[in-house]
Design a protein around this ligand. Structure first.
Ligand code: FES
Length: 275
């Protein structure tokens, strides 16, 4: 659980995306694309889920990428190489079903770009044709462009402010692609409004869509019910039933509401931490 590498991948005035490599031979041995770990930075801290972006079997390490958004990610960002996490459990969740679908569009928004990277590699290895759309608020926050270009047949980049790539949203490019040709699968990870819009568009065009949800989690093992989400008419737990679900069945408004439960407390605690 020791940090053996740390790198700031991108930084803007009020946001930072950090990559850490953690020693964990057991998790490295077992983890598959789409799976995540739950970690605790300190004994009295909260538990947060993070998708495993890479693994190195020889070195027994896993790589995690996160954006400093709340208290725990800020504390995690303060750990330096040589420090240890208090707790780390995984791999958790179902792996992505990797097979030959044909033509796939992968969409990553913000730090969600990190989560589509291992899946893109696996889909490519399975013989799929891949078009990838990545987007961030601004160029300074864009991550893994080179890596995703390497595994994609075509890569599109968007920024909200037009500072790099095309000005606009990932969903603008998605809509154009769907109007032009037929795709067999869309796989999306990013902010809830982005995944909601992706699912809305793909439903209109009748394209199967998988999303990986970032629900609030506590134990990560199906015991607490904290990560529940409505999928169709059923309540499911993101940690044990997901984290991937059919985007056309997700109750997006319910998920957004649950994920913002602690926003005010987070802001308050972060202010105290920064003082
Ligand atoms: S995190 Fe507790 S049930 Fe999923």
């Amino acid at each position: 659980m020791k940090l053996i590498h740390k790198e700031i991948l991108s930084q803007d005035k009020d946001a930072k995306i950090i990559k850490i490599t953690v020693l964990s031979p057991e998790i490295a041995q077992k983890v598959k694309p789409g799976q995540f770990v739950v970690l605790m930075v300190a004994e009295r801290g909260e538990r947060i889920p993070l998708t495993v972006v890479e693994r190195n079997l020889e070195e027994g390490t896993i790589t995690l990428i996160f954006q400093e958004v709340g208290l725990t990610t800020r504390l995690l960002g303060q750990l330096n190489v040589g420090a240890s996490l208090f707790a780390l459990v995984g791999p958790l969740g179902h792996p992505t079903e990797i097979k030959k679908y044909g033509k796939i569009i992968l969409i990553g928004g913000g730090v969600g770009i990190a989560e589509i990277y291992p899946v893109a590699q696996a889909f490519k290895e399975a013989g799929n044709y891949i078009e990838t759309i990545i987007g961030s608020r601004t160029q300074a926050l864009l991550i893994l462009e080179k890596e995703l270009r390497g595994v994609s047949d075509v890569l599109y980049v968007t920024t909200d402010d037009g500072s790099y790539g095309r000005k606009g949203f990932t969903t603008d490019v998605l809509e154009e692609l769907l109007r032009k040709e037929k795709f067999d699968l869309v796989y999306a990870v990013g902010p809830i409004p982005m995944m909601k819009k992706v699912s809305f568009l793909t439903k209109e065009f009748g394209v199967k869509t998988i999303v990986s949800l970032n629900a609030i989690m506590l134990d990560g093992t199906g015991m607490c019910g904290c990560c529940r989400v409505e999928i169709g008419a059923k309540t499911q737990f993101s940690c044990v039933d997901g984290p991937e679900f059919d985007g056309h069945l997700v109750d997006w408004d319910g998920l957004a509401k649950r994920n913002s439960i602690y926003t005010e407390q987070e802001k308050h605690i972060c202010k105290l931490l920064i003082k």
